[in-house]
Design a protein around this ligand. Sequence first.
Ligand code: MG
Length: 124
Amino acid sequence: MSGKVLIVDDSEMIRNFHSYIVKSLGLEIITAVDGADAMEKIYGSDDELLICITDINMPHMDGYTLIERLREDEAYEDIPIIIISTEDEMKDKQRGFEAGANLYLVKPTEPDELLLNIRMLLGK
Ligand SMILES: [Mg+2]
């Protein structure tokens, strides 16, 4: 597989953990510390994004808003988006799917489950 994966989380430990998991697929990683940083990274480069993995609770711009902004742009209306959040209530999941997420996983992240879901979403 080639292409870049955007990993967004305000926790450095989680960013490193998710990056470590995704790197095992041979994909390049871009990280961002919140939704606003993610928007800057996305629009500040020509890199093609394969998939976005984002937290929900973050300062400056949360994950719901990030996803809504991406879905408004036709360049990103179909990109697979995975939410990985500590929030595990149905209302959070519902809001995530309404924003446009393809999948909602709850922390702590299970590496094999994340890899399986990335492969599924990318059709690999
Ligand atoms: Mg967070």
